[in-house]
Each structure stands twice: as structure tokens, then as C-alpha cells.
Design a protein around this ligand. Structure first.
Ligand code: 5GP
Ligand code: ZN
Length: 117
């Protein structure tokens, strides 16, 4: 999948501000942050979305990385929102599974990020 930008981040072909890495996943800051903290966690292997042959081990690695990333970014006690845009109706724009970790400011009640913006 050499045309996939997140595969290129995972392989080091594309620069990214790396936050965390283990055997299965890598986390890096979003290029267009929507909050003071906006980090993406991706599998190193290419999966389009949650329905694309994602093993329990990989799911475990992805979501186990969330609190680690939150601690590294300093939002573990203030709180953060975790979002997976999965597929067309969710407006997934990059076809490589990724988990958004967003924080550093107060967010709206409910599912959207910010009220009135
Ligand atoms: P989606 O809308 O698919 O859930 O989120 C894709 C995210 O990837 C967006 O927040 C976008 O800003 C981010 N993004 C797209 N291209 C790049 C890139 O080349 N580098 C980084 N660090 N983030 C990217
Ligand atoms: Zn990929």
C-alpha cells in the first residue's frame, strides 16, 4: 500500500510528529489539529477501517495506546475525546484506520466537537 499516506507515515517515508510507537501501532500529531491536542493512532499494517480484518490483538493495541498517548500529551487527567470516523457517512477522509485523540480544551456535550463553530 505504498500510495497510502498513513502507511508512508508508518514506514517513515513521510514525516510526522511521532508521539508513541510500539510493535503494532504508531501515534503522531494530526497535520490539521482541531484542538490543542489532536493525535492520531494507526495500525502499522494497512486496514481501511474497523471492518477490514482487524484482529482482536490489533484492536487491543490501538485502544491500549489511547491512555498512553493521553498521558504523553498531558490530557490524561483533564480528559479527551476518542473518535473513529469509519466509512463514508462518518466522513472518513483517509482510508487507513485511525483513532483520533482530541483534548486540551473543553468540548461540547454530545458527539460533535465544539458548539457553534
Ligand atoms: P478522518 O477525517 O479520515 O477521520 O481523519 C483524517 C485526519 O488525518 C484528518 O484530521 C487530517 O487532518 C489528518 N491528516 C491527513 N493527512 C495527513 C498527513 O499527511 N499527516 C498527518 N499528520 N495528518 C494527516
Ligand atoms: Zn495504509
Amino acid at each position: 500500500m505504498d500510495t497510502c499516506i498513513f502507511c508512508m507515515v508508518a514506514s517513515g517515508e513521510m514525516d510526522a510528529r511521532k508521539v508513541y510507537e510500539d510493535e503494532l501501532v504508531i501515534a503522531f500529531d494530526d497535520i490539521a489539529p482541531q484542538a490543542p491536542v489532536h493525535t492520531l493512532i494507526i495500525p502499522k499494517s494497512h486496514h481501511i477501517d474497523l471492518g477490514d480484518d482487524v484482529s482482536p490483538d490489533l484492536l487491543n493495541a490501538l485502544f491500549s495506546a489511547v491512555p498512553k498517548v493521553a498521558k504523553i500529551k498531558g490530557v490524561d487527567t483533564s480528559g479527551y475525546r476518542v473518535i473513529v470516523n469509519n466509512g463514508r457517512d462518518a466522513n472518513q477522509t483517509v482510508g487507513h484506520l485511525h483513532v483520533h485523540v482530541i483534548g486540551g480544551r473543553s468540548m461540547s456535550h454530545g458527539m460533535v466537537l465544539f458548539d457553534g463553530e
